[in-house]
Design a protein around this ligand. Structure first.
Ligand SMILES: Cc1cc2nc3c(=O)[nH]c(=O)nc-3n(C[C@H](O)[C@H](O)[C@H](O)COP(=O)(O)OP(=O)(O)OC[C@H]3O[C@@H](n4cnc5c(N)ncnc54)[C@H](O)[C@@H]3O)c2cc1C
Length: 568
């Protein structure tokens, strides 16, 4: 096993990971900082895929209080209010940093102010953007800045285990696999940031990049940390439906399409959203996705089993100009977005849940910090479109500042517990080499059970049945093995590891969904359709206890505003 030492180890190179690296470096340039990432730095993860943009209260008529209230009400009173406040206030600082220090060019109004567009679920048009491909602008500028500094990279290195000290009271480092060679690498670090970006890729239709398989959440769970709000999986209403066996199916058509006035139609080409919600297509993602599933269950579906989005009434030329990237993407799949109809289906997009963490990105494990989509509590039951990239950049930067200070104050290189290290390597090694087997049937079963029983509309019977099915999938995975013994770039081996993480985290989602006997935001229980009393709002917290998962419901602290009140 190769061994390396670093002061700060950052897992993941999305908005959270790269902001953390830059801020930690700025705070103390003498620190050794290493970014370890499953793909290539700047080229993987979901921040690069951000289309619509970045929520921030900049306009004179807008305010951070208003952004905060939208976030709390959108999150159905489940967000941690201090985290949400930090998000909306620091987003202002961060967007200035993106522009003025990192060199991002966002779209502007004729008077030179930043253009801010409409996103669903918000009471003000506050989404800053670069056309409809905002993430590429952010990631390119961030990566350039990281490359220009003395920040080390471990690319195509997959983190597989958080390894504590023998006493278990602090993190010693992280076990990784160098995917290029298949060799194990143990990196000792004084501080480690978990920024692997969650990623609900266990659902049949999903949007996140293929490198995301909830590895960070699965590692945190094994390390004994509590995960909150895990039942809250956001489905984006407009996933492209381009038929089976193409990865384009499930990819997202951005929210701005609905925000700017696009219509959703059923298979009979009739508009249906006005009969579900007064905001129609501009309602929040949870409401629109649920209405779509209800409409699909009625049977009037498109040739591929979904629904349509229609933009033509807004003027094909205007649509083509405003949504160039989306129009091209649809054309690649044979659809005319500007003038015709495009087939869509709700698609698993984002996990509101994640590791419980503090305002300074600390966790309950000394030496471990968390930021971005791996962290839970900022969004509660629903993330507003545009609050995701704000979240990863805001808390990534906070984590960088905190880690640099923490390393200076109490950071030390610690020895790992050898038994944990040995057990972790064993966990990663497939038991058998199954020369004729394929992981596809197991993946399909996972997709099926999560989509049908732990998806947009849930009930206790389905969730219990999903839990036993997930147990079976987990056991079969353990004994399935992989088809090739070659370790270098063995994608089947990594796929097997991906499925293991996804199955573990699917169990957590299903357990939390079973424990929440009400319906809030992204979580809808057909057997408990009421939201329950807002003033007694509680969030779910799941922790591994040996083979079992313990779920508790903890009261939300209304530290800034109570249900029925407003800051406005
Ligand atoms: C298609 C799409 C469009 C979106 N559009 C918007 C939008 O318009 N506005 C908005 O606010 N949000 C949007 N989001 C959500 C937004 O992208 C995410 O909230 C945010 O970018 C997450 O940032 P992150 O840094 O936490 O994770 P990511 O940017 O996803 O980065 C995760 C990193 O972790 C790495 N990684 C994963 N596993 C491991 C491992 N085991 N070891 C090492 N590295 C690992 C990955 O390779 C990657 O580099 C969109 C998401 C998608 C998928």
């Amino acid at each position: 096993m190769r061994k390396l030492d670093t002061d700060i180890l950052i897992l993941g190179s999305g908005g959270a990971g790269l902001f953390a690296a830059l801020h930690a470096h700025r705070a103390d340039p003498s620190l050794s900082i290493t970014v370890a990432v499953k793909g290539l730095l700047g080229k993987c993860g979901c921040t690069r895929m951000v289309q619509g943009g970045y929520n921030v209260a900049l306009a004179k008529e807008d305010s951070v209080e208003r952004h905060f209230m939208d976030t709390i009400e959108g999150g159905k009173w489940l967000p941690d209010q201090e985290l949400a406040w930090k998000l909306v206030t620091l987003a202002v600082e961060r967007v200035r940093e993106l522009e003025n220090e990192l060199g991002c060019f966002f779209d502007r109004n004729p008077d030179g102010t930043l253009h801010q567009k409409a996103f669903a679920g918000q009471t003000f048009d506050r989404t800053v953007h670069k056309g409809d491909l905002t993430g590429i602008e952010i990631m390119n500028r961030l990566a350039e800045q990281v490359w220009a500094r003395r920040i080390d990279r471990l690319e195509e290195h997959r983190a597989v285990e958080l390894v504590k000290t023998p006493s278990g009271d602090a993190l010693a480092g992280v076990l990784m696999i160098d995917m290029r060679t298949g060799e194990y690498v143990f990196v000792r670090a004084k501080a480690v940031l978990l920024a692997t970006g969650g990623g609900p890729t266990m659902y049949r239709y999903h949007t996140p990049s293929g490198d995301k398989s909830c590895d960070g959440l699965a590692m945190a769970l094994r390390a004994g940390l509590a995960l909150r709000d895990m039942e809250m999986v956001q489905f984006h209403p407009t996933g492209l439906l381009a038929g089976p066996h193409t990865r384009m199916t499930g990819t997202v058509l951005e929210e701005g399409l609905r925000g700017s006035g696009g219509y959703l139609l059923n298979g009979a080409k009739e508009r249906f959203m006005p009969s579900y919600d007064p905001l129609a297509e501009r309602a929040t993602r949870d409401l629109v996705s649920r209405a779509m599933v209800s409409e699909m269950r009625k049977g009037a579906v498109t040739p591929n089993g979904g629904l349509y989005i229609s933009m033509a009434h807004l003027g094909p030329e205007k649509v083509a100009q405003q949504f160039k990237g989306m129009v091209e993407r649809c054309a690649d799949c044979g659809f005319d977005l500007a003038g015709g109809l495009v087939e869509v289906v709700p698609t698993a997009h984002y996990m509101m849940g994640g590791v419980e963490f503090g305002l300074d990105c600390t966790t309950e494990l000394a030496g471990l910090f968390v930021a971005g989509e791996d962290a839970g509590g900022v969004h509660g039951a629903n993330r507003l479109g545009g609050n995701g990239v704000a979240n990863s950049t805001v808390f990534g930067a906070v984590a960088g500042d905190t880690m640099a200070a923490w390393v200076g104050r109490e950071g030390a290189l610690r020895e790992p517990d050898q038994d944990t290290l040995v057990a972790a390597v064993e966990r990663c090694e497939p038991r058998t080499v199954n020369l004729h087997g394929s992981l596809e049937p197991l993946r399909e079963r996972l997709y099926e059970v999560m989509w049908e029983k732990v998806g947009i509309i849930r009930d206790a019977t389905g969730l219990r049945s999903a839990l036993s099915e997930l147990d079976a999938i987990g056991s079969e995975l353990e004994s399935s093995g992989v088809a090739d013994a070659n370790r270098a770039f063995n994608l089947t081996w990594h796929d097997w590891l991906n499925l293991k993480s996804l199955t573990d985290v699917s169990q957590v989602i299903a357990q939390a969904a079973l424990a929440r006997e009400d319906s809030r935001g992204a979580h809808f229980r057909e057997d408990h359709p009421e939201a329950g009393a807002l003033e007694r709002s509680a969030y779910s917290s799941v922790r591994a206890a040996g083979e079992r998962l313990d779920v508790s419901m903890k009261p939300v602290a209304f530290t800034r505003v109570k249900p029925g009140e407003t800051l406005l």
